[in-house]
Every structure is written in C-alpha cells, then in structure tokens.
Write a protein that binds this ligand. Sequence first.
Ligand code: ARG
Length: 255
Amino acid sequence: MKKKYLLGAIAVVVIGLLAACGQTDHSTANGEEKKTIVMGTSADFPPFETRDNNGEIIGFDIELAKQVTKELGYELEIKDMNFDGLIGALQADTVDFVASGMSATEKRKQSVDFSAEYHRSGEMFVTLKDSKIKSMEDLNGAKVGVQLGTIQEEGAKKLAESTKIDIKTLNKVPELIQELKSKRIDAVYLDRTVAEGYVSELGLAAFKDESSGTPGMAMAFPKDSEIVDKFSKVIEEMKKNGELEKLEKKWLEKE
Ligand code: ARG
C-alpha cells in the first residue's frame, strides 16, 4: 500500500515538472511565476469570439477558456489570427491550444487532438431579408460566401457538385456579412448560432441546412498534447455543475 502511494506521489511530481517544462517557453519576460498558456482564436465570430468597442476580445469561447485555464492554474494569453491558420499554429507550437468555435471533425482529428465537445450548432444560410433564396432548393445560381478553412468551405464545395453555386471564400466573417449587405454575394454559409446572431442584430434572414450533421465544437490541441485531458475534465465538470449552461445563457441565447 505505502509503496503505491509513494509511486503515485513521485508520478505526480514528475508529471508536474514535465508540465512546467512544457510551458516555460511562454512565460512572461518580467519574471513572474504563473505559467502562461497561449490560445489561438479567430476573433471574427460573435458570440463565440469577437472584439468589443475597446478592441478587447470577448465571447463565449473566451470566457470558457478563461474559466478552464484559471481552474488549471494558468495565465491566459490570446493570439488573434485567421481561422485558416489555427491548425498550423498548433502544429508549429506557436499556440498551446485553440478555442475558436472549431468543429471537431474526423479530418481535423488527423492533425490535432480535441477536448470534450462544449457546443453543438449546425449550419445556416444567411441572406438579405428580401432575398428570393428561402431554402436550399433556391440556391441554384447563387453566390455563396464562406470563411476560409471552415467546414462551411468544405460543405459549399460539396454542394457545388450537385448545385450550381459560385463560392466566394474570405478570411473573416464580418467581411462576408459586408459582402452580403452590399449584394456582392447572395448568401453566407455559417454556424447556426453565429448566423442567428447576425440575423437578429442586422435584420437579415436565414434558413437551415437540413443536410448537415456536423460534429460539435471543441478546443483543439497539438497532437498528443498532455493537457487535453485536463481541459476535457474541467469542461465535463462545468457541464455537470451548471457553469457551462450559465455561459450559454449569457452568450448564446437570444432574448
Ligand atoms: N465551426 C466552423 C468550423 O469549425 C467554423 C468556425 C469558425 N470560427 C471562427 N472563429 N471564425 O469550421
């Protein structure tokens, strides 16, 4: 019995040391002790990640990431980049993890590891209110905007095999919405929760993509990262103790 405890204790210390080593690259230069962990995101995706009027990055993912990393004893640093660059940033170790409304697809699982899922959304097509396009069947001949590197980009490409659509790919979601408002495109293909936000805020219209059965959103980590399980554990705890629901109420539910 005693030996078991001792081994356990040694393991804890060793794992702790290893974890500390892994994170030192990112600690701040001013010599303070708290481990800094770097998160990558594409802050163009309200209500998950966006910038407020002061330029500060806020949103559901941001608050979730803050809570999880705080629970795990980290200081959180956020790097804002294009969505398309996030997986590469994980692979190049320039960020420790990603929270960016990223859907945990099988394809991405070949390059990164995912935490437990924290939100499930589905997809929608956003149009102008007076648009004649009211369902998937009306998309024939339409110009459809998607964000580079997203599952919607892939989905649109697949759709183009059966429906005649023109795909316009851009880096940032607000640019897509701008294109829609100035009628350079007819529809924007987006995660439902994000689409609904734009619809209610800007008086747009939208319809569901009934065909898509996409996986939920999760945080992403470099392959074989040692911290992914710790993150998942905290996320699962937050599901049980109602903290996640609180965040959903605050950020994702429209009045
Ligand atoms: N859920 C979609 C995907 O994983 C889109 C995510 C876009 N996220 C963002 N922050 N712009 O491909």
